[in-house]
Write a protein that binds this ligand. Structure first.
Ligand code: PBG
Length: 326
């Protein structure tokens, strides 16, 4: 071995924190983080969610306070999920102008104005008594096209209440087009659509079903959400949504699907959003609680990895905490 060996020494650039900071290829900043928030009708105190320690179902008041804190920390946006006091077959609470999300949207517009981006998830599962993402046929199957009519009406209700970005998450065929047409027809041309374009039928949504009280009462979501075995299909979903008018596209879950985030990032020229879902949150919190992993480092690494894979924006339940730490 000669004295010159090895010729290349990559460790040189890893020697000090300052060097590592200077050569970092990926950066994380608060503006890319979006906080998902749950607001429940008819409660007077925030309700903890057992499988998501640190996350709550908010009252209207506690939502306002937490939204303020998030904005103060510099997060890029908030996305609201509503849980109505009463559920029915059609999910009537979803497009009721006095429904919980519409009331919360008005609160937040009044409080925050344009200081942040207030977005809404658009789906029926939190609002239906059967817990499915659409309305059902007599035979108990999800009626795609009848569901689109409901989605169109919900989109207009959310836009009227002040949502700036609407994120349809129900995986019905044609949902982005139906919503775009309804928004345009009602004069909401400027309201954006975030397509939950790539949404897998995932076990990682487990804790969310407790948070949003939306576990299906029978069957599951695999007739409309994607099979985790498939990757090419994700590009098909993305291009359909872009054709129908999506302004941004999402991949969900994030952590187990970083290959898909990269493929989508390479294929499109709109912002790519990754959703670090409830199960990803719960796994880290549970392992950290047992002292098995370093909580803060794991959270940071998970988010940097999503950025490295190509996500421009990340939905994460840790948004406020991480924004503060940055
Ligand atoms: C559907 C919806 C779900 C999530 C976001 N929107 C649940 C589902 O599809 O079953 C999951 C988010 C998470 O797990 O954090 N309204």
């Amino acid at each position: 071995m000669t004295a010159q060996f090895p010729v290349a020494r990559p460790r040189r650039l890893r020697r000090t924190p300052a060097l590592r900071r200077m050569v970092a290829e990926t950066r994380l900043s608060p503006a890319e983080l979006v906080l998902p928030m749950f607001v429940k009708e008819g409660i007077t105190e925030p309700q903890p969610i057992a499988s998501m320690p640190g996350v709550v179902q908010h009252t209207r008041d506690s939502l306002r306070k937490a939204a303020h804190e998030a904005v103060e920390a510099g997060v890029g946006g908030l996305i609201l999920f509503g849980i109505p006091a009463v559920k029915d077959g059609a999910g009537s609470g979803a497009d009721d102008p006095a429904g919980i999300v519409q009331l919360a949207l008005r609160d937040l517009s009044a409080d925050l104005g344009d200081a942040t981006v207030v977005m809404t998830d658009l789906c029926l599962d939190e609002y239906t008594d059967h817990g499915h993402c659409g309305v059902l046929t007599g035979a108990g199957e999800i009626d795609n096209d009848a569901t689109l009519e409901r989605y169109a009406s919900i989109a207009v209700a959310q836009a009227a209440a002040g949502s700036a970005v609407i994120g349809p998450s129900g995986m019905m065929d044609g949902q982005v087009g139906a919503i775009r047409e309804a928004l345009d027809g009602a004069g909401y041309q400027d309201v954006s659509i975030l397509g939950y374009s790539v949404k897998y039928a995932s076990a990682y949504y487990g804790p969310f079903r407790e948070a949003a009280e939306c576990a299906p009462q029978f069957g599951d979501r695999s007739t409309h959400q994607q099979d985790p075995a498939n990757a090419d299909e994700s590009l098909r979903e993305v291009f359909l949504d872009l054709d129908e008018g999506a302004d941004m596209v999402m991949v969900k879950p994030a952590g187990a699907y970083l290959d898909i985030v990269r493929r989508v990032r390479d294929a499109v020229d709109v912002p790519v959003v990754a959703y670090q879902v409830s199960g990803e949150y719960a796994m880290v919190e549970a392992a950290a609680e047992r002292g098995w992993i370093d909580r803060e480092r794991t959270i940071h690494e998970s988010l940097v990895s999503m950025r490295r894979a190509g996500a421009d924006i990340i939905l994460t339940y840790w948004a406020t905490e991480v924004a503060r730490a940055l």
